[in-house]
Design a protein around this ligand. Structure first.
Ligand SMILES: [Mg+2]
Length: 202
């Protein structure tokens, strides 16, 4: 699943950079693609016996050390803190997804101080984490679909927000009309995880 996510993010480099260009410096796709190339190398070299949490944490550390900048720290935190929280999980199921996303959100908020409505990736991650807690009793594929839809709704809602933090905070009302690029990345990652789980469940 993580390798499929990495390929999807790498392929989405132009889309993510365009999203950043609308509100920021246009480097988001480049950074994300670089980070997920590092994730691929790390995962392909990883020992599966080390477990699920270690895999996610190693992916996060690969992003932090390869991407640089605010996105590297923030997106690396999603995977590193999320992975640490499911270190003892035997399987990646819906409860593990909920635990991972809540820890990821807590880590990102602690690090970046963003709250919902600031027009950052939190506007996709926050609704995703809350939806994951609601649907933790469902099979993983159904939970992931609900979570991906929540993240996409959050991404779309960020279009109508005036940035008060993050890449577009100096633009004020000029930030209206475009979604936050980080929210686009979160939605893409969760949609790809959902698509993977749907095909695995079919
Ligand atoms: Mg940027």
């Amino acid at each position: 699943m993580l390798l499929t996510v990495a390929d999807a993010v790498i392929a989405a480099e132009p889309y993510l950079s365009e999203a950043d260009r609308n509100l920021g410096d246009g480097d988001h796709g480049i950074g994300m693609a670089r980070g997920f190339r590092a994730v691929k190398e790390k995962i392909q070299a990883a020992d599966p016996a080390e477990g699920l949490g270690k895999l996610f944490s190693q992916a996060g550390m690969a992003m932090i050390t390869s991407m640089g900048g605010a996105s590297g720290a923030i997106f690396g935190t999603v995977f590193r803190d999320g992975g640490k929280a499911i270190a003892t999980a035997a399987a990646f199921d819906a409860p593990a997804l909920a635990t991972l996303l809540q820890a990821a959100l807590d880590g990102v908020v602690a690090r970046g101080k963003a709250k919902p409505g600031d027009k950052t990736m939190v506007d996709a991650l926050h609704p995703a984490a809350h939806k994951a807690a609601e649907v933790a009793a469902l099979p993983l594929s159904e939970a992931l679909l609900a979570v991906a839809l929540a993240a996409e709704a959050g991404r779309d809602a960020s279009k109508d927000m005036i940035a008060t933090l993050g890449r577009a905070k100096t633009l004020g009302a000029a930030s209206l009309g475009h979604p936050d690029a980080g929210a686009c990345s979160i939605a893409l990652i969760l949609r790809t995880m959902s698509d993977f789980a749907q095909s695995a469940a079919a």
